[in-house]
Design a binder for this molecule. Sequence first.
Ligand SMILES: *Cc1c(COP(=O)(O)O)cnc(C)c1O
Length: 384
Amino acid sequence: MASTNAKVVPFFNYPFVFTSHEAEHLSIIADVCRRGAFILQRDMEEFERNLAAYVGVKHVVAMANATDALHLAIRAAGIGPGDEVIFCTHTMVATASAIYFAGATPVPVECGPDHLIDPASVEAAVTPRTKAIMPTQLNGRTCDMDALQAVADKHDIIIIEDSAQALGSKYKGRCAGTFGASGCISFYPAKTLGCFGDGGCAMTNDDAMYEQLLLLRDHGRAPSGDVVLWGLNSRLDNLQAAVLNHKLKSYDREIARRREIAARYRRHLASLPSLRLPPGPEDDPDHFDIFQNYEIEAERRDELRDFLKQRGVGTLIQWGGKAVHQFAKLGFNQRLPFTEELFTRMIMLPMNTSLSDEDVDYVCACIEAFYGSSSIDYQKQHGT
Ligand SMILES: *Cc1c(COP(=O)(O)O)cnc(C)c1O
């Protein structure tokens, strides 16, 4: 089958993270390495300042990855053993493991039809031990932060955002990661602002939280050299920071292209009754989505995936096809029927800036062919 493919459209193009601007990237790497500027150097500090200005937050603390950033943000907020933190299980396991390694209990709740944490489920899960809500700003879309803030205010608990997938995503004009006590971003290569390895950051408007995060990421060492608490080594490599600082300059163009691709998918696919698509980029004035992913709901999802694979189109079922509470060995015993049902239907189409318009059109043509021809088969088989 592969030889007859009109095209090959991989789900994600990893080399493109580097080759999109290879000469510039090589010169940045050479410059940093020739300076011997590897750890906690000016490139990282400049990147922190530039990123803070970009999202409109007071402080950014660059870290080794977003999982560490979430973990340390929870600890910096003074949350630990005996405390509960509520999260939605349509997320990466990292959201829950950050809570777990801070010593607190991750409490799973449902997502809603928008695939984001359901504020009513959050409200129902609050107990006297609840200290925080950790919403995931999933797929580049920000949750209903007004509803979540109302629950948080009512119960006097804080919000810490897993905005790993949502750099530059906005709700009512305000960026993901700037609503809660802290918000964390990932620079994993396949994220919208991806580096050449692991990277992440925590953001905060709170000066005390900022001071704690600085200590926690660097062995608890104060500027004096004195060690004032137990910390980790979770610094962002200066080399990655220099690359990210450069990529940040063209980040708006990156997002604009993703939004174009989302609009193109929508134009082709919105009329197919077997699919449910995310809102288009201009559909809701309260949201500015950055389309980290293009996650759809599809009837006969697994057949569709095989059909696309045979035609050279890569897709991905997020998190290996399971919600976090469904990883049996992690010890969760909750049932979340809405989320579990959703996980039988969700699939992600290619969404990245290496895609041409022709690539997107080809993916859509394959999907149209699948539902077009197969619905005829279905009618024949069932005599309708
Ligand atoms: C990528 C991701 C993380 C983890 O980020 P790392 O930088 O890889 O640690 C956490 N949460 C969500 C929702 C993610 O997509």
